[in-house]
Ligand binder design. Sequence first.
Ligand SMILES: [Fe+2]
Ligand SMILES: [Fe+2]
Length: 140
Amino acid sequence: MTFVTWNEKLLTGIREIDHDHKMLFDLIEQFHEAYMSTDSKAAMEPAFRMLMDYTENHFRREEELLEKVGYPGQAGHHQDHEDLKDEVLALYQRFQNDKLQGVENDLGLELLSFLKNWLEFHILEDDMKYVEFIRDKEKH
Ligand SMILES: [Fe+2]
Ligand SMILES: [Fe+2]
């Protein structure tokens, strides 16, 4: 069963950004597969690391682009990225702590749902704003 699917509505038309976004969807999917696997506790750790590393790199690439084009909402966009990283790491730490103490919970699923919803929402609402700005700029 597929957990997240990239769709045409998420297309920005900027090749590198679309490539990154599709990759993020793939990595969330892999994280979900790790969560569903029989040895989920061991499998989730590397999947989570890969996802967070790629997320960091994507945010950096995106922020470099915003800087280059002189996007006025750059500071706010940077803050959105920072907030996501903080929230995801806090959730992951809670998940890890519970694991250490042998607490059975579904924080893994909470984390996955958060990532999925955040990514879709962030692309559609926030990323699309700078996309519009770049398109407008290109027209002039
Ligand atoms: Fe993005
Ligand atoms: Fe972004």
